[in-house]
Design a binder for this molecule. Structure first.
Ligand code: NAD
Length: 296
């Protein structure tokens, strides 16, 4: 079998161009320009790159964007005040606080301080609960990007066995909820595996759809999957690569070379799930500007 590549990069550009058209229509009708703010704490290289991509994507689709930067010495109280200012700023439709945060800050306190109507990352318990209840909500960007990818490639999920490896609050757990909901994509039977799962291969081998989000490069090898599996590789890890100018290359959690020959569909890394995440963040920001989920 030769796998079809799930081209997240191309799909993301297509979605961004659809959003850019909607922005033009919205502003032509007298609506305000959607405005996303991103809060970046400290100088974490990967976080800086992610935020930079998000800000650039905003500009490309015609959104306004604001970057709010603070040192990693900021106190929890001061960060909560920053969140509150963004909550109260009527020009800002939605905002994200880039994770991870410094250890002295309670991330849950910060997430809970974000107004649900501006929580375009979908991390607030209200959005998370609404998502689980199949109610309108901001869906976290990476899981939403995965769902959008399955939808646009018309991949059948109903009645399939989906195995999700990794149970983080931002990827694995929401993906497991979304793919078991009574919806399309969804209606699949989901097994959620994590670091305490015994004999992981016994689960992954029975997966029709396999979503991997652990951050362990190459952990899923060809002998752990069955013929025809649909593989969504969320992992992005920088591994040393002296042959590259940057000194590193990006590796997924799936060993592409041994898994792709058995798969029906597979995401490349990079260029698979990553760009879809950006498209979904823009989609959520547009929904926020339209007040499509939370009225008024
Ligand atoms: P995390 O680090 O918060 O959690 C890792 C999960 O993997 C945990 O639930 C843990 O139980 C599980 N795990 C660890 N070892 C395991 C093992 N041996 N067997 C089974 N499960 C095991 O994860 P995260 O924040 O979801 O990130 C995972 C990866 O996805 C990282 O590489 C991250 O960079 C990447 N990521 C990519 C995007 C994107 O836009 N493409 C977005 C978010 C995260």
């Amino acid at each position: 079998m030769s796998a079809t590549l799930l081209q997240g990069k191309e799909l993301s550009l297509q979605i961004q161009s659809e959003i850019a058209d909607k922005v033009k229509a919205l502003t032509a009708a007298g609506g305000k320009v959607p405005h996303l703010a991103a809060v970046l704490i400290g100088n974490n290289g990967a976080s800086e790159t992610y935020v930079d991509h998000k800000v650039k994507a905003c500009e490309k689709v015609g959104f306004k964007s604001t970057l709010v930067r603070h040192d990693d010495t900021i106190s929890e109280g001061d960060l909560l005040r920053v969140v509150d200012e963004l909550n109260e700023n009527d020009d800002i439709d939605g905002f994200i606080v880039q994770l991870p945060l410094p250890k002295h800050i309670d991330v849950n306190k910060v997430i809970e301080a974000i107004k649900p109507s501006k929580d375009v990352d979908g991390f607030h318990p209200i959005n998370f609960g609404r998502m689980a209840g199949n109610m309108p909500a901001y869906i976290p960007a990476t899981p939403d990007g995965i769902i959008e990818m399955l939808k646009r490639y018309k991949i059948e999920t109903t009645g399939k066995h989906t195995v999700v490896v990794g149970r983080s609050q931002i990827v694995g757990t929401p993906v497991s909820i979304l793919l078991s909901r009574a919806a399309y994509p969804g209606d699949s039977t989901v097994t959620l595996c994590h670091r305490h799962t015994k004999d992981l291969a016994s689960f992954t081998k029975s997966a029709d759809i396999l979503v991997v989000a652990t951050g362990i490069p190459g952990m899923i090898s060809g002998d752990m999957v069955k013929e025809g599996v649909v593989v969504i590789d969320v992992g992005i890890t920088r591994v040393e690569d002296k042959s590259r100018k940057s000194g590193y290359s990006l590796k997924g959690d799936v060993d592409f070379d041994s898994v792709a020959p058995k798969a029906s569909y597979i995401t490349p890394v990079p260029g698979g799930v990553g760009p879809m995440t950006i498209a979904s963040l823009l989609k959520n920001t547009f929904l926020a500007a339209e007040k499509a989920i939370y009225k008024g």
